[in-house]
Design a protein around this ligand. Structure first.
Ligand SMILES: [Zn+2]
Length: 132
C-alpha cells in the first residue's frame, strides 16, 4: 500500500469516527476533501468498503435509501426519521434471548444483532405539533 492511500484511508476513517450523523458516502467525500482536496468519490468508496470489511466502520443499509456509515462499532441500535431522514443512535435495546435460542436450534450461529426503528424523531414531532 502506498503512503498516499494510507493517508486517504486515515482521512476517511477520521471523518466517519468524528461524525455523529451517520454520513452517506457523498457526505464523507465532501468532508474528506477539506483535508485531502483531490480525493475522488471512487477512492472514498473503496476506502469505506475496506474499513467496513475490516470492521472499523459499520454500514447501515436502509431500505430505499443511500447507505450510511457509522464510526461507532460497539453494539447499538438506530432510529431513522421518516420526516428529516436523520439517523440517531440508540443504546442497544434489550432483546429477549429466546430469539437466539430458536435460531441456534435452527442451526444458525448469531454473531451480532442490531435493530433499526423507523418513524418520526422528537425534533420533527415538535415541529409538526407547533404547526397544528
Ligand atoms: Zn450509529
Amino acid at each position: 500500500m502506498t503512503p498516499r492511500r494510507t493517508r486517504q484511508l486515515d482521512a476517511v476513517l477520521d471523518v466517519v469516527r468524528v461524525a455523529r450523523d451517520h454520513p452517506t458516502a457523498d457526505q464523507v467525500h465532501d468532508r474528506v476533501r477539506l483535508s485531502v482536496p483531490r480525493v475522488s468519490l471512487g477512492t472514498v468508496y473503496r476506502n469505506l468498503e475496506k474499513l467496513a470489511a475490516d470492521g472499523d466502520v459499520r454500514v447501515l443499509h436502509l431500505a430505499g435509501r443511500q447507505s450510511r456509515f457509522d464510526g461507532m462499532t460497539t453494539d447499538h441500535d438506530h432510529f431513522v426519521c421518516d420526516a428529516c431522514g436523520g439517523v440517531s443512535d440508540l443504546a442497544a435495546i434489550a432483546r429477549p434471548p429466546a430469539g437466539h435460542t430458536r435460531l441456534s436450534a435452527e442451526g444458525y450461529e448469531v454473531r451480532t444483532q442490531t435493530q433499526t426503528f423507523f418513524g418520526t424523531c422528537p425534533g420533527c414531532r415538535a415541529v409538526s405539533a407547533a404547526v397544528r
